[in-house]
Design a protein around this ligand. Sequence first.
Ligand code: SAH
Length: 261
Amino acid sequence: MTGKVWFVGAGPGDPDLMTVKARDLITQADAILYAGSLVPQALTQWSKADCNIQDSKGMTLEDITSWLIEQAQHHQTVIRLQTGDPSLYGALIEMVQPLDKADIEIEVVPGISSAMASSAAAVESLTLPEVTQTVILTRVEGRTPMPDGESLKELAAHHSTLCLFLSITLLHKVTAELIETGWSVDAPVVVVQKASWGEAEKIVRGTLSTIKKQCQTEKIASQAMIIVSPTLGARQWENLKKSKLYDKDFTHRFRRGTSQD
Ligand code: SAH
C-alpha cells in the first residue's frame, strides 16, 4: 500500500485560520511533517494520538523528501504542513519532484498567506480604485538572487502595492531602493510581525524614512511582512474614490443600476 502526501497550507499561524479541509486532513493523518520555524505546533492539535508528528527544522531537502516517501510507503495519509500558502516561497516543487519520481501521489491544499493575514491585521486594502489595482508579492535580494527584471527598483517603479516576504532583515535596503526609485520619504509603510499570532502580533506603521528605526525599537527582526503601498492608511481618508461594484448607478451582472447609459 502506498499512501498520499498532502502539501497543506497551514495559514499564517492562528489555528482558526486553517481551512476546514486542512483541519479534516490533520484529524485523519498518520504522519505530519511541519515547518517548525514558522508553523506553531498547536496546528497539529487535532491529530490522532498515534500520528507520527515531526518538526522539519534542521532537516535538509533530502531528509524531508525521504521522510515523506518513507511515511507514504507505510501510511495512507501523510501531510507536509507549510506556512501560509504552499505556493509562495515554500520550496513546493523541489519537494514534489522526488515524490513524482517515487510514484507517490500528491495533492496541494491552499492556505491563507501571511500577506493576506497582514493586510487583515492592519485593516488595509491592498487595492483601491484609482490608486492602485495591482499587488506585487516579492522579496528583496539577499542570499537568494533575484531574476533579471525583478529587482526591487524595477518592481517599485510601478508604484503599486508591494508585499515583501523574507525581507525584514534587509529593511534598510528596501527603504533606500524605494526612495531611489522616486517614492516619497513620507510614503507609508506597514510592518506586521506574526500576523494572527494573538498577543505576539505586532503592527508598526511608519514612513520610508522612519520605519527602520521603529522596527529596531520594537525588536522586529523575523517573521514579518513589509507592505508598502499608496493605499495604506485609507481608512482615515476623506476623499476616498469608491469602487463601481456598489455604486448605485452601476449595472453589473447581479444588480441593475439606476443610470440610463
Ligand atoms: N508561504 C508563506 C511564506 C513563507 S516565506 C505564506 O504564504 O505566507 C516566510 C516569510 O513569510 C517570512 O519571512 C515573513 O515575511 C512571512 N510570514 C510568514 N508568516 C508570517 C506572519 N504570521 N506574519 C507576518 N509575516 C509572515
